[in-house]
Design a protein around this ligand. Structure first.
Ligand SMILES: [Cu+2]
Length: 117
């Protein structure tokens, strides 16, 4: 279940001259990008192919307001990140994250999901 890599392309362009090796990439998320859900996900989960230190992660609604989320993964580099959102109202949500790949490159990405009535 490979995700689209447009998020990486944007970062790659910003770092194009320095982009030589392979840095960690996002392998997948739960919920999957653009998932349609009927209830609040128990966990926000991201998997990387190489340890990633997630420095900032935000769950925002369609208005850009940040929703509370309890972080289950600390600041240590990890292949998996998870956080537990509080119950959400129906609507569109985006998870935005920033991190440091194991090669030291600054990375960022986002994915979205929709919660139906
Ligand atoms: Cu890199």
């Amino acid at each position: 279940m490979r995700q689209t890599r447009t998020w990486l392309a944007a970062v790659a362009m910003a770092f194009a001259p320095a982009l030589a090796g392979a840095h960690s990439e996002k392998e997948g998320t739960t919920p999957a990008d653009r998932a349609q859900l009927t209830e609040t996900p128990e966990m926000i989960h991201m998997v990387f192919d190489d340890p990633m230190r997630i420095t900032i992660v935000r769950l925002v609604n369609a208005d850009g307001a940040e929703m509370p989320m309890e972080r289950g993964t600390g600041l240590e580099p990890s292949l998996e990140f998870h956080a537990e959102p509080e119950p959400l109202s129906p609507g569109s949500y985006t998870v935005e994250w920033r991190g440091l790949a194991s090669d030291g490159h600054a990375m960022q990405g986002s994915f979205s999901f929709e919660l139906a009535e």
